[in-house]
Design a protein. Structure first.
Length: 180
């Protein structure tokens, strides 16, 4: 029998641990859950082994049965453990940007394009100041203002991209657009 690779839900992981505590073999547990014996072994091992990426703090929260059921249902619906769902909810509420690797690549490309546009505008200003490009002072002021704004947006995007890549907390007042 060939089994498709998939992530176990938290309830399946808990069931594996419960059945293991009843001294059932990995093969029997795997058959009941619908996964491989190796998955059963890894699940049990992970449950009792210290995590290499263990978080610094543990938080214990008391929930009603209804709240706990809702949390489990939400976590299973998202494909996360309850702990991972709570971490994501906290990061989201605290303003930690969550971007996929594709979104991070797109943002980096956008930053590169904004920087190129800013360089082109600066070159236009240099041509105008040297007298090789004719326009009025208002045009020059608008181009300079546009170049400044593009640089601010590019810097903000770089800060945002870097924070998202690191999973760092990011306050809105760290971005130049909110400065005034």
């Amino acid at each position: 029998m060939i089994l498709m690779a998939r992530h176990l839900t938290e309830s399946e992981q808990q069931e594996i641990l419960r059945l293991s505590a009843e001294k059932l073999s990995h093969a029997v547990i795997a058959q009941r859950i619908g996964c491989s014996r190796q998955t059963v072994g890894r699940t049990i091992e992970r449950a009792f082994a210290p995590r290499k990426d263990a978080k610094d703090h543990s938080l214990r929260v008391r929930l009603t049965a209804k709240e706990a059921a809702a949390l489990r249902q939400m976590a299973e619906g998202e494909g996360f453990s309850a702990s991972e769902l709570m971490r994501r909810l906290i990061r989201r509420a605290a303003g930690v940007p969550e971007l996929s690797s594709g979104e991070l690549r797109e943002m980096k490309e956008s930053v590169n394009q904004l920087n190129a546009a800013a360089r082109n505008l600066v070159q236009l200003l240099q041509l105008a100041r040297s007298g090789r490009l004719k326009w009025n002072k208002r045009d020059a002021a608008l181009v300079a203002l546009l170049a400044d704004h593009i640089e601010i947006v590019a810097e903000d995007m770089q800060v945002f991209q870097s924070a998202a890549a690191r999973g760092a907390f990011l306050r809105a007042d760290h971005l130049g657009a909110d400065e005034g």
